[in-house]
Design a binder for this molecule. Structure first.
Ligand code: DGL
Length: 269
């Protein structure tokens, strides 16, 4: 496997750009090939079978583009499809759930951890299983926050409506006196200010996107796949629909200017 090859990153849509952004800033020499399944978003309320089927199609597409590793930059797809893809694909695959869970387990003092995520991720119970496998006495309190995704996509990151929803969603977790809160959905890091201020200073937020980029570095180092060349990295973006909207969103959060995203629906076949 050649270290010059790009890293394949995929998500149900724009949310995984928060992970791509961390990869670009922590591993600036790496090239990223991103696929956002904007035609079929959201994955958060779909069944396990459907999410596995979609993830498999995209991962195969990324492999056909010659990537050296795949990052499942979607919590729901990581929860449902990581094991399947890791067992099938010829390249290493990592998801976002494990890195976030590992960090939360490390930093909690009270061993009371909140996880906010999509319905699918909460239903999968994966965060809880990982956390308890690290430390069985950890208590995990999950809360699905389905409205956070459209609020983030509408750019209402600091809006009173978002604050109101955060207050409602977080109330049961704060009642349980959590000291650590995992932002278990790709969009939630965009709402860090509101979530952090509602949660208060006694709760530490964990951003799995940041932790995943760190884990990716460790994986590439271990496999001798870190790109060392000094020629500039090249990032490419594919979406299954809504190129214009995707580009606008990407340019509002990525460190690089995205001039175009290719629309590719061949993955569906
Ligand atoms: N990317 C998804 C996740 O992290 C959120 C959006 C969706 O429901 O597809 O779970």
């Amino acid at each position: 496997m050649c270290s010059e090859l790009p890293i394949g990153v995929f998500d149900s849509g724009v949310g995984g750009l928060t992970v791509a952004k961390e990869i670009m800033s922590q591993l600036p020499k790496e090239s990223v090939l991103y696929f956002g399944d904007t035609a079929r978003v959201p994955y958060g309320n779909k069944s396990e079978e459907t999410v596995i089927a979609y993830s498999r199609q995209i991962a195969r597409f990324l492999c056909s583009c010659n990537v050296k590793a795949i990052v499942i930059a979607c919590n729901t797809a990581s929860a449902f499809a990581l094991e399947t893809l890791a067992g099938e694909l010829p390249v290493p695959v990592i998801g976002v759930v494990k890195p976030g869970a590992k960090t939360a387990a490390r930093i909690t003092k009270s061993k009371r951890i909140g996880v906010i995520a999509t319905n699918g991720t909460i239903r999968s119970g994966l965060y809880e299983r990982y956390l308890k496998s690290i430390s069985p006495d950890i208590r995990v309190f999950g809360q699905a926050c389905p409205l956070f995704v459209p609020l983030a996509e509408e750019g209402l990151c600091n809006d009173p409506v978002t604050r109101e929803m955060a207050t409602r969603y977080l109330a049961p977790l704060l009642h349980e006196q959590i000291d650590t809160l995992v932002l278990g959905c790709t969009h939630y890091p965009l709402l860090t200010d509101v979530i952090g201020s509602v949660a208060g200073p006694s709760v530490t937020l964990v951003n799995p996107a940041y932790e995943t980029a760190k884990e990716l570095r460790a994986l590439l180092t271990e496999r001798d796949l870190l790109r060392t060349s000094d020629t500039p990295s090249i990032h490419r973006f594919f979406v299954s629909d809504g190129e214009e909207q995707f580009r606008r969103f990407a340019n509002s959060i990525l460190p690089c200017e995205l001039e175009e995203a290719d629309v590719n629906r061949k993955v569906f076949s």
